[in-house]
Design a binder for this molecule. Structure first.
Ligand code: SAH
Length: 211
């Protein structure tokens, strides 16, 4: 299978909706086939989520592009990702920002993502196993926060880890259907924009859903 050609076709498809050239360029550099299980490699460049084991999924490329675009990364940022999963979104962020802290609650996923990201040569990523508090307060504040699992509400403990002027994207809703929110933290208020409907696996933990 010609993955490079497949990848180019996917980027072409995404470019009808995604206008940020940096996001499209980053996605054309990251080999998604290396982040999906061998049995679904032939589907790596279809615009759909795919199972990655332990009942989790690698997100749909369009949603990844939309969320990344909303973060407005210019290159100098420190970014927090909640839900490393396959590590694919992590790689895209590492292409576009200075440093990425990514947190995952399932150890086998954190380990396999780390292995792939190391083998691809990324040196500006830190992966941590999730602790008691949502996110990774140890290195806050972050210029951008991306949550790749659905939450029942915007967790205040995550907003607290966002810098003034920072952007956060997060799916909020029920366990099966959410709206994608973009929040911008201003000095005295938080500005919220709805980017549309989406479907994510659940964000688990204190301040989110029960297991
Ligand atoms: N960005 C990933 C999405 C994986 S699915 C990808 O495209 O591959 C969402 C991930 O969030 C799952 O791996 C799940 O284990 C993880 N997750 C759920 N709740 C979490 C929490 N509180 N902290 C960290 N990770 C969490």
């Amino acid at each position: 299978m010609d993955f490079a050609a497949e990848r180019a076709r996917l980027i072409e498809h995404l470019s009808s909706e995604i206008k940020d050239k940096r996001v499209l360029a980053a996605m054309s550099r990251v080999p998604r086939e290396q982040f999906v299980p061998p049995e679904s490699r032939h589907l790596a460049y279809e615009d759909m989520p795919l199972p990655i084991g332990l009942e989790q999924t690698i997100s749909q490329p369009f949603i990844i592009a939309l969320m990344t675009e909303a973060l407005e990364l210019k290159g100098g940022e420190k970014v927090l990702e909640i839900g490393t999963g396959s590590g694919y979104q992590t790689a895209i962020l590492a292409e576009l920002a200075r440093f990425v802290v990514s947190v995952e609650r399932l150890a086998p996923l954190a380990e396999s993502a780390k292995k792939v990201l190391d083998s691809l040569g990324y040196r500006n990523i830190e992966i941590h196993l999730a602790g008691e508090t949502l996110g990774w307060p140890q290195q806050a504040p972050y210029d951008a926060i991306i949550v790749t699992a659905g939450a029942p509400r915007v967790p205040p403990e995550l907003l607290a880890q966002l810098a003034i002027g920072g952007r956060m994207v997060i799916p909020v809703g029920s366990r099966h259907l959410q709206e994608l929110y973009k929040l911008t933290r201003r000095r005295r208020k938080v500005v919220t924009k709805n980017l549309g409907g989406c479907r994510f696996v659940s964000l688990i933990g204190k301040g989110a859903w029960e297991e």
